[in-house]
Design a protein around this ligand. Structure first.
Ligand SMILES: [Zn+2]
Length: 133
């Protein structure tokens, strides 16, 4: 028996011990206790449903974790470490493809090709900047 049901049963026991002379009062008390019993029953059913849903949710989350691990395991690391931090540019002088740190580029006035030491400023705008111009 649930906690709430045993409390209602206790109230029922107390009410049974009363000797209420007034019939109308006795009727009201009986109706209140009956309502409490119904509520306790419904609450218990809901608790069971919530427990079942909780178990289901746990299973679904576990399955999703497995699927996520299976599908994205390798790409996760790359996304977190590199996405948005680097962009590539081709040196107009020697054709060397260079990878730049975008945070570093924001602070620098020019970029030097490490292959031929030519300044390649102006040739590395990313797509956003190109659209604005
Ligand atoms: Zn170069």
């Amino acid at each position: 028996m649930s906690d709430i049901k045993s409390k209602v049963a206790y109230i029922q026991g107390l009410a049974d011990g009363l000797n209420i002379a007034d019939e109308a009062t006795a009727k009201v008390l009986k109706a209140i206790i009956k309502t409490l019993e119904d509520m306790a029953e419904i609450i218990e059913e809901h608790d069971e449903c919530i427990d079942e849903l909780d178990d289901c949710m746990e299973d679904i989350c576990d399955e999703l974790d497995d699927i996520d691990e299976y599908l994205f395991d390798d790409e996760d690391d790359e996304d977190e470490d590199e996405e948005g931090d680097f962009f590539e540019a081709e040196c107009p002088n020697c054709g060397e493809v260079i990878y730049f740190d975008s945070h570093l580029c924001e602070k620098m006035d020019e970029l030097i090709c490490p292959n031929c030491n030519t300044s390649i400023i102006g040739d590395f705008e990313d797509e956003e900047e190109a659209e604005e111009e």
